[in-house]
Design a protein around this ligand. Structure first.
Ligand code: ADP
Ligand code: MG
Length: 497
């Protein structure tokens, strides 16, 4: 990977990036109340007295949210702090009825960890480790709605009190691509762990993008923070635009001021929102309504035992134990749903073939990646709403493996499976797509082809061996794709000898 540089009027600049990601914790109830958290509910239907900050209400930690934060910390190999504490972050905002957010500043639940990113999906060596400073848990605020009425604003408190994890990276990224790879990888891990659904378009995950520029080798420059960026593509765009803006500003004799900015995707630019506040502006202090959180070994043990096989480990296993290419292993493990689908397909395929999984893994992986993904893509579908199940896919693969149909017929069968929802064997039977090894029929077809292409036969015999493929193709065409390719090859060789 060549290093990413911004070319300014006075020379080259390096960009430095750190991300603070807010991830909504997957749980049925809020961080300190029993109110529901489902997305898309009618406004103010999921609000308990605690979330509305009624006088005298007391927060009670939801241990499921704590558990999810601990499991996430373990998944990024982070230090888990058995003792942590909640602080009040004081500020006024109309969607924050308490007048403060309960967060963790001084003693977060998760300390230092790291995530490995891969910069080139075909090259497993192109990895880089991005440090994670901490993960803390905190409450989300409500939402103001300004577009419901010409002169009034409304507030929806459904989100008020929902648990968030704030995952803070070190300023270790150096290009838009690295920032994008980091956010994608983090999302992958959260979805494997099941601690956040990763739905960026529903606001379940959003990133504050910290960007600064410097001359290569110089100390860090002053950073700006662009808030609430809600897609990988936008994060990459923010890094690029913000770095260019800062370079132009500095080269023009100006200075970057530490401030909070907003991204406008329609104009692809960032705009100043407010000057940066410091921690002391919020008058943080330990929340007197909550005891410190103390986690015991049994709790941590359960968290660890409940973790699934994580993406890096899975990818490694696919390459070593299943013999898949680095690229295929990467594609199949990039999302937990894809990996689950593949593993179900693999288990069914191996069972049908009565072979170990490693012997059928390549066939299953290639079919899934080059056939099913493409066919689903054309229909605007994904694996989550695929009309073909892993078991149905395995049935099709078994028909190819035992020679009942050829690979090219299998493509047609897959299309019909997607259209009708019928099984592969039933379609092959109904449409008469069985491959034939009937030498008489194949021989007749070959004789016809060779007679019609006497000139090419002469060229072949004169040494133009590449024409062999042409004869195979023509024979298959004449046989409507149903001839056994092995038999065709054999007969052609004999006749052309
Ligand atoms: P604050 O608490 O004020 O937001 P932090 O020191 O916790 O400040 O940093 C917040 C984020 O900014 C982190 O993700 C960190 O990696 C990133 N960051 C810190 N310094 C820089 C810098 N000079 N350039 C880019 N990002 C930075
Ligand atoms: Mg910050």
């Amino acid at each position: 990977m060549s290093e990413y540089r911004i070319q300014g009027a006075t020379g080259e600049w390096e960009v430095v990036i750190g991300l603070e990601v807010h991830a909504q914790v997957t749980s049925n109830a809020k961080l300190f109340s029993g109110a529901a958290t489902a997305f898309g509910a009618e406004p103010n239907t999921q609000v308990s007295l605690v979330d509305a900050a009624m006088p005298g209400m007391l927060p009670v930690p939801n241990m499921e949210c704590i558990r999810q934060a601990v499991r996430t910390g373990m998944a990024i190999n982070a230090q888990i702090n058995k003792w942590s504490r909640f602080d009040r972050k004081n500020y006024f905002y109309a969607d924050l009825p308490q007048g403060y957010q309960i967060s963790q500043l001084y003693h977060p639940i998760v300390g230092e960890g790291s995530i490995e990113i891969q910069l080139d999906d075909k090259n497993p060596e192109s990895t880089k480790t991005i440090g994670i400073e901490r993960i803390h848990v905190e409450q989300d605020a409500g939402k103001l709605m300004h577009d419901q009425h010409p002169t009034m604003s409304y507030v929806d408190l459904n989100r008020s009190g929902v648990a968030l994890m704030e995952i803070v990276s070190r300023p270790d990224m150096r290009s838009p691509a690295e920032a994008g790879a980091y956010l994608s990888k983090l999302r992958t891990i959260l979805r494997y762990v099941g601690s956040c659904d990763g739905n960026m378009d529903q606001g379940s995950m959003r990133a504050d993008v910290n960007v600064s520029v410097r001359r290569p080798g110089e100390p860090y420059g002053t950073r700006t923070e662009t808030k609430n960026v809600n897609s990988v593509r936008f994060v990459m765009a923010v890094v690029e635009q913000e770095a260019k803006r800062q370079v132009a500003l500095i080269e023009d004799g100006g200075a970057v001021v530490q401030e909070t900015r907003l991204y406008d995707p329609d104009r692809n630019e960032t705009r100043s929102m407010r000057s940066k506040e410091d921690a002391h502006d919020y008058r943080y202090f330990p929340d007197p309504d909550l005891l410190p959180l103390e986690l015991d070994d049994a709790f941590l043990e359960e968290c660890r035992a409940s973790l699934p096989e994580l993406p890096d480990a899975k990818r490694h296993r696919y390459e070593t134990a299943l013999g898949l290419s680095a690229y295929n292993a990467g594609v199949l493990t990039a999302d937990v749903e894809t990996a689950r689908w593949f593993e179900a397909l693999l288990a069914e395929t191996a069972a049908k073939a009565k072979k170990p999984e490693a012997e059928v893994a390549k066939q299953a992986a290639n079919w899934l990646i080059s056939e099913l993904f493409g066919a689903l893509n054309k229909l605007g579908k994904g694996l989550d709403n695929s009309p073909v199940s892993p078991a149905a896919g395995a049935e099709l693969l078994a028909l190819i493996a035992d020679g009942t149909i050829s690979g090219s017929i299998a493509k047609q069968v897959l299309e019909k499976m997607l259209e009708s929802g019928d099984g592969a064997a039933a379609i092959v039977e109904r449409e008469g797509l069985k491959q034939t090894s009937d030498t008489g029929a194949i021989e007749a077809a070959i004789d016809g082809i060779l007679a019609a292409n006497a000139d090419k036969v002469d060229q072949y015999k004169a040494g133009k061996e590449a024409l062999f493929g042409f004869f195979v193709g023509q024979t298959m065409k004449a046989m409507a794709g149903k001839a056994n390719p092995g038999v065709v090859n054999e007969l052609l060789k004999k006749k052309l000898a």
